[in-house]
Structures are given as C-alpha cells and as structure tokens.
Design a protein around this ligand. Structure first.
Ligand SMILES: *[C@@H]1O[C@H](CO)[C@@H](O)[C@H](O)[C@H]1NC(C)=O
Ligand SMILES: *[C@@H]1O[C@H](CO)[C@@H](O)[C@H](O)[C@H]1NC(C)=O
Ligand SMILES: *[C@@H]1O[C@H](CO)[C@@H](O)[C@H](O)[C@H]1NC(C)=O
Length: 541
C-alpha cells in the first residue's frame, strides 16, 4: 500500500530530474577569431587598427546566462596578444582571464582557445586586448548576456536593443603610443571620442512609441564620458550585471571600463535626435555624436548639442550615489539581489590602496602603496600552481599605503583567503580621476567621498543598497570604498582601467586562496595552457 503510493511520486521526481538535467546541459557558443592589423578610417584618415575577423570594433557576443563560450583566437599580429573578458565572473577559473598574471600571451602566428561559462550574471559587458596598448587600436567588442527564459527581469521587455561602444581615440599608431610610455613619457591627449568606431556618423533607428534598450560601455583608455540623448530621458536598469533602482536621468557619467544599460522610450515627435558622448574630467574637451532616428523622420538633427559641464565633481559624485541596487529584483537566479545583506557581514580584512604618480629612474611610473607593478615573464598563476619560487612574494605590497613617498618596482600580489569578506578603500591623492577594475568578483560600492578616507567615514557607507559592479571610479583628491565577498579562488587582476597608469605599474593581483584542493573551488590548469617564462619547460600533461 505504502509502496503503491510512493512509487509514482518517486517516478515523478525522477522524470523531473531528467528533464532538468537536459536543461542543465548548457549550450555552447563557438567562435573562431582571426586577429589582424587592417586599415581603418575612424577619423577619415587611414590608420592601422586591430581587427577581429576583419571587423572594428570586434563582433558582439550575444549570449545567455549559463552558456559556455569557446573562442579560438588566431593571433596574426607581429606581437604577442591576449584578450580579457571584462566583468565576466569566470567562476573557479582565473586560467581564462587573459591577463599577464594568469596567461602566457599568445605568440604571433599561433592560436589559443579560451573556454569559460557565463554564470550568475545578466548584463552588458565588453572584451578587449589586455596587453601592450593594443586596446588603443581596437580588438574590443561587446559581450551581452541575457537572462534565461525561466528568469524574470524587472522591466518590460524592450522592443529591440542597441550596443554602443564609446571610447577615446588617438591618431598616432598604438606602437607610437607604446613607445612613448616605454620611454617614460605620458600619452598625448586623445584626438576624439568614437561611437562604435565612428565619429558623428552612426544612426540608431526606432519606431515612435516604442522602448529600446541601450547598452553603453566606455571602451576608451583615458577618458571618462558623459552620455545623453537630446530631449530623451535615460531609465537606468542595469550596471555591470546588477539590476539598479530604475531612476531616470538626463545624462550619465560612464568611466573607463564601465558599462550601463538604459531604457529609452521614443516619446517625442518623429525626427532625428542627437546621441551625445562628451568627455568628463579631461583636459581635452571631446564630443562625438550619433543619431537617434524615428522611422519616417525627415527632420535632421538640430539645435544646440546638450553637453553638461565637463569638470563638475560634486554633480558626478552625487549622481554616482544614486546608482543603487534594486533589492527585490532578481539577478541571474530567482532569489532577490538583496538577499545577501552585505551590510551585515563582518569585514575580515581592510585594504587601503593609494595610487601615485612619480618619476623612477628618470621615467614616469604609477604605483599602488608605493609599489610600481612589473609583470614577471612567468604568469603568477602558473608560478603559484607549480610552486615555482622567486616569482612573487606576498609581502611586497602592504595592506596600507606606506608612510614614505618612496616608490619601488615590484610584483604586487596580495594574499587573501577564499570566502573572506573584505573592505577596499581606493585613495586617490592625485588630481586626476581614476577607474579601478577587479577581475573575478563583483563588489559592492558603499561610498564616495572627498579628501582622505578615515575610519569614521564608515558611518556614511551605504550598507543597504550599494550597487554591485566590477569597475569603479575614484574622483580627484577623493576616496571610494567597496566591500567584496572573495568567493572565487584564483589569481585576480585589480587594475587601473586607465591604460597609461596600468601600463606603467598601477595594478596588482589578488591571490584568493584556500589550501583545500578541490574542483569545486578551482579548476585544474587547462590542458591547452601555454607555458612560458620559468614554466616553459614544465612537462605537459
Ligand atoms: C588551435 O586551433 C585548432 C583548430 O584549428 C585547435 O584544434 C587547437 O586546439 C587550437 N589550439 C589551442 C592551443 O587552443
Ligand atoms: C576644456 O573645458 C574646460 C572647462 O570648460 C576649460 O577650462 C578648458 O580650458 C578646456 N580645455 C581645452 C583644451 O580647451
Ligand atoms: C525593483 O524590482 C521589482 C521587481 O522585483 C520591480 O517590480 C520594481 O519596479 C523595481 N523597482 C525599481 C524602483 O526599479
């Protein structure tokens, strides 16, 4: 009797289970990318660009949460090459991160295949070359992750979407720019801003009355931008994988490496409207436009370009504080984003990271806590995995800024424990804006403030609905505080997204570690891993 009742239920559960495991077989998107030089004309004159399959910018990856991504990169440049996937969580595998601390660069005329899964995130991201100054020549593109069909999103589905990659651009070739940096000089001011590789040309067409999703990323190397659309409001819905409180803005600041997603309703009279990107906190006052066109429009763009002040720090900081997490909305999983209650978790480690600019051996260098980072020829992750001594030392960089202004070269790796909950304060005593990016984990942005951070400003932290993201700005002569749950084992790059600063030493690695060796916390070295430096002659397996 008992059995008769139980069996059908049991079978039902089994049937359900197998249906689930079919769904759990996540689709894979395969890409073959050929990286070449090619002539491009972003400012009307021929320039050497870095193309992916002949395209500048590179192809947009359109994916869904949980998809596996396989990208076989054929490097046809005369230079070693790596691509990084900005803000892609890459759970349990820093092996695919594509930065010099985790990967040997792909030599010319060879290929290497990246494999990773897009987990736990919905949103707008980018990929770009991570070494040299390749990013100044192209090689970047959009990476859009949509929700699975079983996941609801906190806004009505838009009628269509547009991806806008906006960044500063230089007329000099990237090799000329690199040579300047190698000589210890600063980069010249950028010559323009581009929208999807063009200046004042691109047109985005929609129907009156409909609502469009605009995915906007700053893919530049030096310049913060302000984004707006003439006469239209921007409803912010997502920032680097977090659903925001849906506030409406006339314009928004987007710093280097950051991405934002807006909804824009075409609720004005049929016509053409300016889409405007202008530089912020920059010496060069750059503006570029594209056109938002209502279909059927026969009215050309007109009127004064709507441009907001380019240096107003207080305005920008105030706006940054309004970008908050919608606690009840879900993210990539059905549970609400607010269920983590980050503000109630005890902080186990505080890092205070101060950036600085100085002259070392007669050359311009940037540093963090007095250490100007040098990438060893053996990737840190390989050195760690194979216990190769003499590559890095966890005592090189300290948790707090040094009291002396002395700057030294070093290989900066901070040792952190897996599952630690950390507070990181970025202290910017320079009078230029900074943008910091963390690979591997998103973080909660809990505070921005002027001057020097002190422990008592903790009482001003937003411990309730701070946004989570991967890239955060630090205003001139100001600080930014973040909280982060270090739940992703690996060797993760924490870097200035401003390329001159990073190239000349403003970066470090976070070694998120636990002694337990388990595939549940970290995958093994991939079978196709490239070996270089002191790892070059290790046996392959
Ligand atoms: C290079 O590409 C070939 C296919 O053309 C592939 O079989 C091979 O695995 C790739 N090599 C690496 C290291 O990923
Ligand atoms: C850019 O604009 C600011 C403020 O409007 C001004 O102070 C500055 O001189 C301008 N810079 C250049 C290079 O024109
Ligand atoms: C927050 O998300 C919920 C969905 O859970 C949505 O209904 C609501 O409109 C959102 N609120 C704001 C202010 O964005």
């Amino acid at each position: 009797m008992k059995k008769a009742i139980l069996t059908p239920i049991f079978l039902g559960v089994l049937a359900c289970w197998s249906a689930l495991s079919v769904i759990a077989e996540d689709p894979t998107l395969f890409f073959t990318w050929e990286i070449t030089y090619g002539t491009i004309y972003p400012l009307g004159v021929p320039q050497e660009g870095i193309l992916i399959n002949g395209q500048f910018p590179g192809p947009t990856i359109e994916a869904i949460t949980n998809y596996n991504i396989v990208v076989n990169v054929f490097n046809k440049l005369d230079d070693k090459f790596l691509i990084t996937w900005s803000g892609v969580k890459q759970r349990r595998t820093s092996w695919q991160d594509g930065v010099l601390g985790t990967n040997c660069p792909i030599p010319p005329n060879t290929n290497w295949t990246y494999k990773f899964q897009l987990k736990d995130q919905i949103g707008t991201y980018t990929y770009f070359p991570s070494t040299k100054i390749h990013k100044a020549a192209g090689g970047f593109g959009g990476l859009n992750i949509a929700q699975r069909s079983v996941i609801s999103i906190p806004y009505p589905a838009p009628d269509a979407e547009f991806t806008l990659l906006i960044g500063d651009w230089y007329k000099p070739n990237h090799k000329v720019l690199r040579r300047l940096l190698d000589l210890g000089k600063t980069l010249p001011l950028p010559d323009a801003l581009l929208i999807n590789g063009q200046k004042d040309i691109d047109v985005f067409t929609g129907e009156a009355g409909k609502t469009y999703k605009f995915r906007v990323s700053n893919v530049g190397i030096a310049t913060s931008i302000n984004f707006q659309i003439q006469d239209h409001s921007l409803k912010l819905i997502e920032v680097e994988g977090a659903h925001t409180l849906q506030e409406t803005y006339k314009s928004l600041d987007i710093h280097i490496g950051q991405s934002m997603t807006f909804l824009v309703t075409l609720d004005k009279s049929v016509g053409d409207y300016y889409i405007v990107a202008s530089s912020r906190f920059a010496e060069a006052n750059l503006t570029t436009t594209a056109t938002l066109r209502y279909s059927g429009s026969n009215r050309k763009v007109s009127g004064q370009l709507p441009i907001d002040p380019t240096m107003d720090l207080d305005w920008s900081m105030k706006q940054a504080r309004t970008i908050r997490l919608n606690l009840t909305a879900n993210a990539a999983r059905p549970n609400p984003q607010g269920s983590f209650h980050y503000g109630t978790i005890p902080v186990l480690r505080t890092l205070q990271l101060a950036n600085s600019k100085s002259i070392l051996n007669g050359k311009l260098r940037y540093a963090v806590n007095g250490i100007s980072h040098i990438n060893p020829s053996t990737p840190l992750k390989l050195a760690d995995y194979f216990n190769i001594p003499g590559i890095f030392d966890l005592n090189t960089i300290k948790d707090v800024p040094s009291s002396s202004s002395l700057v030294k070269f070093g290989t900066s790796v901070i040792g952190l424990t897996l599952h630690d909950f950390a507070e990181i304060i970025f202290q910017n005593n320079e009078n230029t804006i900074q943008s910091w990016h963390m690979d591997g984990s998103s973080f909660y942005v809990v505070g921005f403030g002027n001057g020097i951070w002190t422990p008592d400003v903790r009482k001003t932290y937003n411990l309730v609905d701070g946004i989570t993201r991967y890239t955060v700005q630090v205003y001139p002569k100001s600080w930014t505080a973040i909280l982060v749950s270090l739940d992703n084992k690996g060797m993760w790059n924490l870097r200035s997204a401003i390329w001159e600063n990073r190239y000349l030493g403003q970066e470090l690695y976070m070694r998120v570690w636990s002694n337990e060796q388990s595939l549940y916390t970290e995958t093994n070295v991939p079978s196709n891993a490239l070996f270089c430096g002191k790892a070059k002659h290790l046996p392959k397996f």
